[in-house]
Design a protein around this ligand. Sequence first.
Ligand code: A2P
Length: 301
Amino acid sequence: NKATLTLSNGKVMPAVGFGTFASEGASGETYAAVTTALKTGYRHLDCAWYYLNEGEVGDAIQDFLKENPSVKREDLFVTTKVWNHLHRYDDVIWSANDSLKRLKLDYIDLFLVHWPIAAEKDGQEKPKIGPDGKYVILKDLTENPEETWRAMEKLYEDGKAKAIGVSNWTIPGLEKMAKFAKIQPHVNQIEIHPFLPNTELVNYCFSKNIMPQAYSPLGSQNQVPTTGERVSENKTLNAIAEKGGNTLAQVLIAWGLRRGYSVLPKSSNPKRIESNFKSIELSDEDFEAVNKVAEAATSAS
Ligand code: A2P
């Protein structure tokens, strides 16, 4: 799948990205998955400081580039994100540099604020946990993330991040940011699949030249609250896949691409890593049928 999308600053991004979140953290699973993904042809990797496996991603990139001299660093698009306890100006800069070191890169293609929540830290490496077992929220910095965004802008100006953005942001959060941002976010990465189509937010982002990216595009963990049905169990979606001789995942990825945004499937299974990257044609009729499933799920939830 060679489709690309262009961000508001002109930076070109491969539309399909490979998600690197691994439940096992640093276990070797990520190295193997990223290596398979790069060999398959994925050129866009979606990482995060929080995933605790950037070192493995970096090793996989280095080894792949060494073994495939025709592929250059510039051919890759690597995203990473700053975690909640590192939202202070100096900490954002620290986090970007820490990620760069682990990824063994000298710039990040896209750097995102992982969540619109600022939390206290317990040293650089971990968030502070309060007596209730939860993160200790920094109310002021959460309410007003200007300090965080200034650091993101600095990284962009210094060329350490070729694009900057946010993740899990809502419309009110984006509107607030628009008032103080000197550089508007290029991307908002959010969960999108037929059971959580996020249509209003997606349309808002497009209207502001903010490129949406869909995480959990296969909706594997999600169900319609009222019926308990999972995306993978939906009859209409499965019928569309079967009729075309495609997998359900291919239909879900094609649906997101046809809606115009970037899609970030993840898998640790080599066969699924490969089949997810194969682009399929989604007819107008099938596209509308998936839209209908999305509308029904939205009104049922
Ligand atoms: P696996 O690693 O065993 O392939 P999401 O990104 O929507 O949260 O989904 C990720 C989950 O979906 C992973 O657990 C992954 O499991 C699974 N998955 C990825 N590709 C496919 C596919 N083509 N068919 C079924 N499940 C898939």
